[in-house]
Design a protein around this ligand. Structure first.
Ligand code: GRG
Length: 300
């Protein structure tokens, strides 16, 4: 009798295969927009690379919940569209005023502020179109739930609210509680929507949705702590965006409040908590567990 041999999970291969799958779906999601200037500006930022972590989280959560991730692909694309539009708007002179994003000049540097704003608007609205009109074979009730999560994560209760508090706190002393509020909204809300939307498409039960929410809170904060750490430890070339920006903009960050070492420890503890939430589903959770680890181990 031969013993069953389980193949070890090859995370690097999984990440690369998922990334390529997402890239192809993103490319196919932008149609022949008119006018051409708008099409170019939308494609410029959406197809500029990036880790594609958000759509990958969505697909992984769908599979964890026992769903067919092919059905979640339009929603995964929608989540990347919301993320990309938030980067375009975040880089504008009225916000973070940045020149470099994903290794190339920011959208407004190439197309001008007005087109950058409108390209962001078109990506945001296309995101909702992807879910509502381009998700065949997903029951309407599930799509409605996805639209709800996407709205909450994007708007005042999520990204927009977090960004406003972030802008209002520039140059001020910020305590840990406020910093956490900013990041749970600015960064965490969309990561939460990613796993919830993937699971909703698979018809996940309430207990799993709650566990995924806890998981997302942990990885969301850990993700941002790493973002703050990399801002001081990595180069602009590696990051593909301007390093040292937080210091220049006089922003409060985790390293500023806690120091680098303590920030790292906090991120690791958050990832442990996040992974623990998925323990009852451990058998199918391997990709989400590995993605949580990746968040604290990444170099960009
Ligand atoms: C969504 C309606 C709407 C408006 C946007 C500008 C804004 C409101 C919010 C800012 C949100 C923001 C830029 C948060 C920062 C999140 C973050 C850490 C981004 C970096 O994400 P990565 O590292 O980037 O995943 P890549 O390029 O790899 O995708």
């Amino acid at each position: 009798m031969t013993a069953a041999v389980s193949t070890p999970f090859d995370f690097a291969a999984y990440l690369e295969a998922s990334r390529l799958r997402v890239e192809a779906a993103l490319d196919g999601a932008l149609g022949p927009e008119r006018p051409e200037s708008l099409r170019e500006a939308m494609r410029y930022s959406l197809l500029a690379g990036g880790k594609r972590l958000r759509p990958i989280l969505c697909l992984a959560a769908c599979e964890l919940a026992g769903g067919n991730s092919e059905l979640a692909l339009p929603t995964a694309v929608a989540l990347e569209m919301v993320h990309t539009m938030s980067l375009i708007h975040d880089d504008l002179p009225a916000m973070d005023n940045d020149d470099l994003r994903r290794g190339r000049p920011t959208n407004h540097k190439v197309f001008g502020d007005a087109i950058a704003i409108l390209a962001g608007d078109a990506l945001l609205t296309r995101a909702f179109e992807m879910v509502a009109l381009r998700s065949p074979s997903v029951p309407a009730a599930q799509l409605l739930a996805v639209v709800g999560e996407l709205s909450l994560a994007s708007g005042a209760p999520g990204l927009v609210g977090g960004q406003v508090v972030d802008l209002e706190c520039e140059g001020k002393d910020v305590d840990l509680e406020t910093l956490e509020y900013i990041h749970l909204h600015k960064t965490g809300a969309l990561l939460r929507a990613c796993v919830l939307c993937g699971a909703l498409i698979a018809g996940a039960p309430e207990a799993l949705l709650e566990a995924l929410s806890t998981y997302a809170r942990g990885i969301g904060l850990a993700f941002q702590i790493l973002d703050d750490i990399l801002d001081v430890t990595a180069s602009s070339e590696v990051l593909g965006k301007t390093a040292g920006k937080d210091l220049t903009a006089d922003k409060t960050t985790y390293p500023k409040l806690l120091g680098l070492e303590e920030s790292r420890l906090r991120a690791e503890a958050l990832v442990i908590q996040a992974k623990a939430a998925l323990a009852p589903w451990a058998e199918r959770a391997t990709p989400l567990l590995a993605l949580a680890d990746y968040i604290t181990q990444r170099d960009r």
